[in-house]
Design a protein around this ligand. Structure first.
Ligand SMILES: [Zn+2]
Length: 90
């Protein structure tokens, strides 16, 4: 099982907290950790970009709604496909 070096924060943690990050609901330190990871991790950044764009579009129609767990799970799945979590077997 290989794992990409994505910095101090695990890809799984980043994705699971990405919504909170985008909402600005994390501590400053945590925000920084995730931001650092996102800029360093080629696997997570596209997801961040996607989610940011998605949230932006969503905010246009709904104000204070959270993503359903289903969507979150789908993103986790995509990350796994990208091998970022090191959970994929080739
Ligand atoms: Zn990552």
């Amino acid at each position: 099982m290989k794992k990409l070096d994505c910095g101090s924060v695990d890809c799984t943690q980043v994705v699971s907290q990405l919504w909170d990050y985008l909402d600005g609901e994390l501590t400053e330190e945590r925000m920084r950790d995730i931001q650092t990871h996102l800029t360093a991790c080629a696997g997570c950044f596209p997801h961040f970009d996607f989610e940011r764009a998605f949230l932006k579009a969503l905010a246009a129609t709904r104000k204070e709604d959270r993503m359903p767990g289903v969507l979150r799970a789908r993103i986790m799945e995509k990350l796994r496909e990208a091998g970022c979590e090191g959970l994929t077997s080739p």
